[in-house]
Design a binder for this molecule. Structure first.
Ligand code: FES
Length: 128
């Protein structure tokens, strides 16, 4: 299986890995096919100009190389984005930013965008 240089970089040195103690929202998803798990924590703040945005983001993933690399990449893509912008990040954006994933590994990137969107929904529900 051929991994891109970007995937290998993010797998061997993941960005924003770890737990966040006081997160505004947490999203956890599992892959029913392989049993892998991904958890995303977001810290949402209010900015006068741009509104609510993701000030900080972290992930914990028990999974394959692609799951770790997509987790790391999605935290980079979402950091600093508004809630609306982050909601629009798709699995293809993550795969493209990683310079592609092997086709049989594309399902692994579903976890990353699902977990991010779940964390945002959790934040929005807590606010109600
Ligand atoms: Fe499970 Fe990649 S094989 S997420």
């Amino acid at each position: 299986m051929q991994y891109s240089k970007k995937v290998l970089q993010h797998f061997t040195k993941p960005h924003n890995q770890g737990e966040m103690k006081r997160a505004s929202g947490v999203g956890m998803v599992g892959n029913p096919v392989c049993g892998d798990l991904m958890k995303i924590y977001i810290d949402v703040k209010e900015d006068k100009k741009k509104g609510e945005y993701i000030k900080d983001i972290k992930f914990e993933t028990l999974g394959c190389a692609s799951a770790i690399a997509t987790s790391s990449m999605i935290t980079d893509l979402a950091k600093g984005k508004t809630i609306e912008e982050a909601m629009k990040i798709t699995r293809n954006d993550v795969a493209d930013a990683l310079e592609g994933l092997p086709p049989i590994k594309m399902h692994c990137s579903n976890l990353a965008d699902d977990a991010l969107h779940e964390a945002i929904r959790d934040y929005q529900n807590k606010k109600k």
